[in-house]
Write a protein that binds this ligand. Sequence first.
Ligand code: NAD
Length: 365
Amino acid sequence: MTVFSHPEFDNHEHLSFFCDPETGLRAIVAIHNTSRGPALGGCRMFPYASDEEALRDVLRLSRGMTYKSALANLDLGGGKSVIIGDPRKQKTEALLEAMGKHLEGLGGQYIAAEDSGTSVPDLKVMGRHTRHVAGIVERTAFDGQTSNGDPSPTTAYGTFIGLKAAVRHKLGREDLTGLKVAIQGVGNVGFRLARHLKDAGAELWVYDIHQENMQRAVDELGAHAASAEDILFLPVDVVAPCAMGAVLNDDSIPRLQAKVVAGAANNLLQQPHHDQALKDRGILYAPDFAINAGGIIDVFYERSGASPDVVREHVEGIGQTLAEIFTRSDNSGIPTGEIANTLAEERFQARSGKAKKGHDQLEGV
Ligand code: NAD
């Protein structure tokens, strides 16, 4: 397994490999760039088939956080962590505590939040040994509801706002009544996105590898159940991948029937050239790290104690950012992902020469 010459390495500032044989913890923390501030990003737990697969995922996810925070104009850098294991079978308090101790050793360069396979209670367990965890404070969320710190509702709302911006741009529609949307993965984000869409009058198709999650969307939202093979390729207006990354690839892109791809999962493009491949097919792609920034915006404001209105306004800015990306893409012929990358790079490279903010300085911004 290569590290510095790994194709996804992209000048990461720091990588840590954690092993705790007593608890079975095997984890990787990746810090991509801290020029805008400390690296904040989710801690994912997944039964990766190999160390190589885990490394590849954490490098891609970490880099994505640098771009996401910069594009969302937050004073944060980019990082991510992965725990190798099945969250349903191997996640124990002892393992999470061991992860917390390791995070503490990084001294606040990296701050962990929940992600696929981890939850707010899990982060609280890690937090027994470190204060470098985020998204765990109970407060009033952007929608006036009590939040336990889980950023998923804000991510889902931001994705909904972004999806509407994409539909407006590509299909010229403001009203979502009867809009056909296929959602891959109806977990924390996907289910809430489905509910926003249902409330707006959309017709939904869903697939989830966990039958009970899919059934909940069918029972509570009247969604149609689809299959693993079909969910991305249905004759719908919008496909919203909300499970795993790399689902936009050589195999899937030629078979898409939707005109818009707008989903919350990270790193949707398997390779950079799939951005152009989507544009060539006339499919409008809402770049993942622009549309799913609601969670990081929410976590950022948790640390400053800003009012729900400030959070909502910032999240709704996702729609304007995407509208700008779509227009610039149309005008230049450059695909949307590349435009979003350029905008983000301008924002974090502009800070590279400046003093880096530490964790303590972040609190209170
Ligand atoms: P989650 O684990 O709650 O939900 C993911 C769902 O996808 C689960 O129901 C799971 O069973 C399902 N799933 C997994 N593999 C699948 C497959 N191959 N096909 C269909 N379904 C599958 O996670 P989440 O918090 O909802 O996050 C979903 C995605 O959005 C992840 O990629 C995550 O990184 C990204 N994301 C989440 C947030 C957040 O605030 N939670 C923020 C930004 C990005």
